[in-house]
Design a protein around this ligand. Sequence first.
Ligand code: DGL
Length: 270
Amino acid sequence: MPYTIGLFDSGIGGLTVMREIRRRFPHHHMIYLGDTKHVPYGNRHPEELIRLAFTIVDFLVAAGANIIVDACNTTSALALPLLKKAYNLPFIGVIEPGAREALRLSPNKRIGVWATQATVASQAHLQAIKSLDPEAQVFLQACPCLVPLIEAGKTRGPEVERAVREYMAPLEQQDIDTLILGCTHYPFLTPVIKKMAQKGIKIVDPALPTAAELEGFLPPENALSGEKGQCLFYVTGDPGRFAEIAFQLLGWPELKYTQQIKLEKLPLAL
Ligand code: DGL
């Protein structure tokens, strides 16, 4: 039997994670929720982010998800440990897989991390990397301009290049050899980042190791019938706008059927 994988993010960012999961596990069903009413998450208070994450997971569980991928670094940093305790369901986040992959690739263990302000403040990447290798040097860089650009469908051009240069400079000064894209929106900028970054810096998109981690939780693909899994998309904001920009970036026909939902405001579930 195929599983139903529930994924969530503040907007289109988590689709970079879903892209890898679809590539690897095309026969499982997926339900994606983009909380576009509240994007960007990066400048929200941790308590609000926790409340939003619980409300979203309640929705995904009610919709039939039997495994949850927190496809957002900000909620993986702030809410995931609490979600794991509260629900009797497997959860996968994006921070630990990215940390492991960066350590695997980094020759000198000088690792830069681009992330939202809330993720940087949480120091989740720093802790994840240091717990695996206490000797590693970690340099955190908040990139507040990037999510609004990407949500507006801007993934190249002078404005994007200016922002990428601004956020790369402090990390290059620290002589990093590896950069973690610690926000799931940023992989949409990979071509620009590769063009602008000093040659030799390895770029880590945590979507790949996150998808690999799912392997241990899903029935093997060859145990399933050949039918493709179904994908459903929900947003809390304007569905037309989400569908248009996501379709430009990914070309998935199912995005046309994106539906808007209203999430019930639940009391803080701590
Ligand atoms: N894509 C999300 C992340 O990985 C959220 C970005 C935002 O909404 O600020 O952190």
